[in-house]
Design a protein around this ligand. Structure first.
Ligand SMILES: *Cc1c(COP(=O)(O)O)cnc(C)c1O
Length: 422
């Protein structure tokens, strides 16, 4: 039987169950000392600032916006290509969203587009370090300082990525991180704000700590879902569950959303589920996971190098570009090639599940109808939707990564003309 390789893999601590049992035994499942320890360790690892844990990365962002207390009607510039929830929460926080385009070679905010998006009402900018690669922080910080803008870095994909020797999340007034199951540091949910200024950090903490504690049952369920996801994406389970659906749809041209993304909708008023404190058991998992982060990142990097070598020389194929001064943590490995949709179908038929768009062209969503975009047609964001995302996640074995490289190379080589090697 064909063992399929899924598009995602979660980073899981081998001793998760022990950590959970330990918190329960100490009666520190919900409240406990690991929350503050995790915040300290996180800030220290990134090289300073004040870290505040929250129920979600998006809520960390929301609290930062509220604590900044920008005048009503202030404009905030976000990239047109990002997770729709982030601009939506900027709007829920009372700001007017404006979109700047992204550079399709790096998928990061395009500084000239940012410059064009700025008006006299602009007060803040959100550089999103998409897919694991830093934005050009020299250019963005220079523009922000020229126009007196607050900078809030979206680091949900990029914990550990660097620009000019410095961690992302430490350039702006604040950065925020996500601890969802598939993100670089998996705590089965949660997020962190990293804030430069002590007074701003106090404001964020007041808001985060005013939320109610979740109850045990809710967190038990969350950890159970995490456990199920972990089982579900093991190659052999994936092969007998989700993969036949994908394989069948590849025959009939359907596009099943087997991974169930959140429905795109207004988040005003904020869903009740957002309003809770980050529990101790998830902090304990995060604290232990920090010790593995470098090793996890290095495994993804190693798989990415295997793909670079396998695909980099094929005519018409563009592998991820890492400009000088930046390091990539490869949350996603994005490749451009001709006839993308046919290529994806061929990879799926050969047992490799390939994702095509991991985030949203927000400027095209009904939710943001009427929002200003610079330039109006967002050509970079649209070009970026033509990429395909080859699995390089940490939990792939070296053999699996080699198989992904072999299959994808075979498929791309056939599409891009005569073979140049093998
Ligand atoms: C996941 C994600 C977030 C938000 O993280 P949550 O913890 O789910 O709120 C923010 N930005 C981007 C680009 C993301 O992918």
């Amino acid at each position: 039987m064909l063992t399929a390789i899924s598009r995602y893999g979660a980073r899981v601590l081998p001793n998760t169950e022990e950590i959970v049992a330990g918190c329960k035994a100490r009666s520190e499942f919900i409240q406990g000392p690991q929350i503050a320890q995790f915040e300290h360790a996180f800030a220290e690892r990134l090289g300073g600032g004040h870290a505040v844990a929250a129920s979600y990365g998006r809520m960390a962002f929301y609290y930062v916006l509220k604590a900044l207390a920008l005048p009503p009607g202030s404009e905030i510039v976000l990239p047109a290509l990002t997770f729709w929830v982030i601009p939506e929460l900027a709007r829920v926080a009372g700001l007017k969203v404006v979109f700047a385009d992204v550079d399709p070679t790096t998928f990061a905010m395009d500084p000239p587009s940012l410059e064009r998006a700025i008006t006299t009402a602009t007060r803040a900018v959100v550089p999103t370090h998409l897919y694991g690669l830093s934005c050009d922080m020299d250019a963005i910080m220079a523009i922000a300082s020229r126009h007196g803008l607050k900078v809030i870095e979206d680091c949900a994909h990029s914990l550990g990525a660097m620009f000019d020797g410095r961690q992302v999340g430490t350039f702006g007034d604040a950065g925020f991180f996500s601890f969802q199951t598939l993100k670089p540091l998996n705590c089965y949910g949660g997020g962190m704000a990293l804030i430069k200024d002590a007074a701003l950090a106090r404001g964020v903490r007041e808001m985060a700590e005013r939320e109610p504690w979740p109850d045990d049952k809710r967190i038990d369920n969350r950890l159970l879902v995490g456990r199920l996801q972990r089982i579900f994406i093991k190659p052999w389970v994936f092969s007998i569950s989700a993969f036949p659906i994908l394989w069948m749809s590849s025959l009939i041209g359907a596009n099943p959303d087997v991974y169930l993304w959140e429905e795109i909708r207004s988040l005003d008023p904020l869903p009740d589920a957002y309003r809770e404190r980050f529990p101790n058991v998830q902090a304990a998992i995060g604290l232990a996971a920090l010790d593995h982060l470098d090793e996890w990142t290095e495994r993804s990097r190693r798989h990415a190098r295997v793909m670079d070598q396998a695909l980099g020389d094929l005519p018409g194929i563009i592998v991820p570009h890492v400009p000088p001064k930046r390091t990539h943590v490869y949350y996603q490995y994005c490749v451009y090639g001709p006839q993308r949709d046919e290529l994806v179908v061929r990879c799926v038929r050969r047992g490799i599940d390939i994702e095509t768009l991991h985030v949203d062209v927000c400027s095209d969503l009904d939710l943001f109808a009427g929002t200003r975009v610079e330039p109006p047609d967002a050509p970079g964001a649209h070009r970026a939707t033509g990429a395909m995302q080859v699995p390089v996640y940490t939990t792939l074995t070296d053999d699996q990564a080699a198989r992904v490289a072999r299959v994808v190379r075979g498929v791309l080589a056939r599409a891009s003309g005569p073979r140049t090697k093998n």
